[in-house]
Design a protein around this ligand. Sequence first.
Ligand code: BYC
Length: 475
Amino acid sequence: MTSIDYAARIPNNVDLAADRTLQRALEQWQPNFAGWWREMGPESSQGYDVYLRTATGIDTEDWTRFGYVKMPDYRWGIFLAPAVKERKIHFGDHLGEPAWQEVPGEHRANLRRIIVTQGDTEPASVEQQRHLGRTAPSLYDLRNLFQINVEEGRHLWAMVYLLHRYFGRDGREEAEALLERRSGDRDNPRILGAFNEPTPDWLAFFMFTHFTDRDGKFQLKALAESGFDPLSRTTRFMLTEEAHHMFVGEAGISRVLQRTCEAMNELRTDDPSRLREAGVIDLPTVQRYLNFHYSVTLDLFGADQSSNAATFYGSGLKGRFDEPKHADDHRLHGETCEVLEVEGSRLVARRVPMLNALNEVLRDEFIDDSVGGVERWNKRIAKTGVDLRLQLPHKAFNRRIGTLAGVKVSPSGEVVTQAQWNDGAPQWLPGEDDRAFVASLMARSIEPGRFASWIAPPATGIDGKPVDFDYVRFG
Ligand code: BYC
C-alpha cells in the first residue's frame, strides 16, 4: 500500500503526525471511506468544481475558508474544540470528578454505542440525499446540498477518529461497519428510523435539514456536555457546521412558501389544483411534508421512558441541552417530570422519574425550538397577505417509537380509531399523488441565477458572492 502523508492531507488539530497507531488505523479506513463516497456519495458529481467551505482549523477564519474543490478531493479534517482547563464532569453520579481523557472501562460499551449511533446518521444522510443533485432547483442550492454532504462526511470522520483513537480493535470494526450499513437497506439498514426514510425530492430535503438536522443540534448539544472530554470537544466543533444545515432547511422552505404565496396572490386562489397547474407547491402539501418530517424526527429522541437515557446521564456520558442552565442538583434522583400516556381513548399526562424521561426532556426542548421555526415561516406567509398558516402536529401524531407508538392520534391531538386514521391520513401525511406532483416539479436548473418555478431566490448568496455566482462548475 502506498503511504499517504495523512498529517498534511487531513487537516487536524489532534497532532495526527505524532500518533503512528492512529495513522495506521486511518490508513486502512481512508480508502474504504473513499470507496464508499464514490459509491454512495453525491451521484455523478466527482468531476465538478464546487465552491465549498473547508475547515482547516477551529478559529473562525480557518473553518470558513471557501474555494473551488472537487468533492472526492475534499480535505475531511479532524478537529476538537479547545480544551477547557481542568474541566470537571458537571452532571450525573460522577459530578465534580475530573472529565475523562480516556474511556472509563465501566462505561466503554455505552460510550461506543452512543458514538456509533451518532456516527451512523452522518453517512446515512449522504446516502439519502445522493440523487438530489440531478434535480437541483439552482446552482446555489446544488452547492448548499454538496456543502452539507461533505460536512456530514466530516462528521463521520469525527466519530471514526474517536472510535479509532479510543476503542482499539472493536472501535476499528465499528468504523468499518459505518461504511457497510446502507440507508433503507432491508438486510443492513442504518440504526435510526428517520435515516432509513427516502429523501425523494427537494421539499423533503429542506424539511429534513430543518427538522432532522435540528435533532442533530439537540443531540450534539447533549453530547457536548459529556464527561468524556474528547466527545465533548468533537461535538462542540461539529455544532458550528450544523447551523448552516438548519439554515438551508429553514430558508429553503421559506423560499418555497414565498413563491407559493406570490402565485396565490397573482391567481387569487388557494385551490391546490390551480396552484399545482401554475407550477408551485400548494400549502396543504407543504403542511403534509412538515407533518411527516417532524413526526419521524420526534422519534429520533428515543422512547419517552428509557433506562438507557437514565444510564447515559447517571454515568456522565450524555447530559441535557445546556446542562449548566438547569437550576437543579444535576443528579436528578428524586426529580420527576410529565410524559404522555394513553388512557382508554385519551392522552393523559403522568409524572415519572425524570432520569428515565430524559429523552422526553430533550424532545420537549426540540419542540420549543421547532415552534419558533414555524412562527418564522408563518411570518413570511403573513407578509404576503395570505392568511393560511402552518402548524406543528401534536407530539403524539404518527409516532413509531415509545409509548405513543401504540396509538393513533390526529395532528390536533385526538386519539382516533384505525378507521378514522385511514380516513384522515390522506390529509395529514404526504400520499403518492403529493409525492408524484412534487417529483414532477423536480428538474435541474443550473444556469447561474436561474431558479425553478416553485422556489424563490435567496436574499443573498454564499460567502458574500452574488446569488447568480457560478457556485458549481461542471468542467
Ligand atoms: N429508530 O431506550 P431507547 C444527526 C431504539 S441526528 C430506531 O429510547 P435510547 C444528523 C434504541 O436504539 C442525531 N430505533 O433508546 C441529522 C433502542 O434499541 P435497543 C443523532 C430506535 O438509547 C441530520 C430501543 O429503540 N445522534 O446528527 O435511550 C443529518 C429502545 O429505545 C429509535 C444521536 O441520536 C429510532 N428513532 O435513545 C445528519 C445521539 N429510537 O437497544 C446527522 C446518540 C430508539 O433496544 N444516540 N431506538 O436495540 C442516542 O443518544 C440514543 O441512541 C437515542 C435513542 C436518543 C437515539
